[in-house]
Design a protein around this ligand. Structure first.
Ligand code: FDM
Ligand code: MG
Length: 211
């Protein structure tokens, strides 16, 4: 089992609009990596399984109302409550393929009009990703894909603003993949990006998110 003795695992994040294909691609990438003998787990945020996650889930289903800053901080808290486990998994050599992270946190809240610096602040000190893969799909195209499920935020005008904010968050750890290409093509690109990343970061220390 290559990698189990030496290196740490990689923190690989998939980001993108609703219906951009993140969840399907996460699952495909995960089973590929496992098939290659790589120790990997699939995570997602929000993690609806915790008590904070249940509050978030109720909010997204429009079953509860929360102030914009309050829900923003709950999304951040939901990542903080997983930070220690995330660190021990990575240091123990497990790669994490994560569906959404702090970039969703900032892009969605900023799309409501909240100040970007204010949105970034609570996530400072979370673990910095080794790779962020952005699945780029036009908001109109995403909406065509079987429509939205009816959760809060699943509206095209809102998604357009989210896309603009995602755009402004791109940095050197980002790789943009055209999510409108055939599923197999996207899958192939993700395999290559993730494999390279996993090899490269084995000897690198973990760092904290600073933006
Ligand atoms: N979302 C997700 C946020 O607004 N902030 C966050 O920090 C995160 C992680 O929650 F509309 C939004 C993005 C999406 C919704 O996500 C639920 P999933 O991936 O559909 O469960
Ligand atoms: Mg959704």
């Amino acid at each position: 089992d290559a990698g189990s003795k030496s290196g740490r695992g990689a923190l690989v994040i998939l980001e993108g609009l609703d219906r951009s294909g993140k969840s399907s691609q996460c699952a495909r990438l995960l089973s590929y990596l496992e098939g290659q003998g790589c120790r990997a787990e699939g995570w997602r945020f929000p993690d609806r399984g915790t008590s904070v996650g249940q509050m978030i889930s109720a909010y997204l289903a429009n079953e509860s109302q929360l102030d914009d800053r309050t829900i923003h901080l709950l999304f951040s808290a939901n990542r903080w409550e997983k930070r220690a486990l995330m660190e021990s998994k990575l240091l123990g050599g497990t790669t994490l393929i994560v569906d959404r992270y702090s970039y969703s946190g900032v892009a969605f809240s900023a799309a409501k009009g909240l100040d970007i610096q204010w949105c970034k602040a609570p996530d400072v000190g979370l673990i910095a990703p080794d790779l962020v893969i952005y699945l780029d799909v036009q908001p109109e195209k995403a909406a065509e894909r079987g429509g939205y499920g009816g959760e809060r935020y699943e509206k095209i005008e809102f998604q357009k603003r989210v896309a603009d904010h995602y755009h402004s968050l791109r940095d050197s750890t980002w790789k943009v993949v055209d999510g409108s290409l055939p599923m197999e093509t996207v899958e192939e690109q993700l395999r290559e990006l993730a494999t390279n990343c996993i090899q490269k970061c084995q000897e690198k220390p973990l760092t904290n998110l600073t933006w």
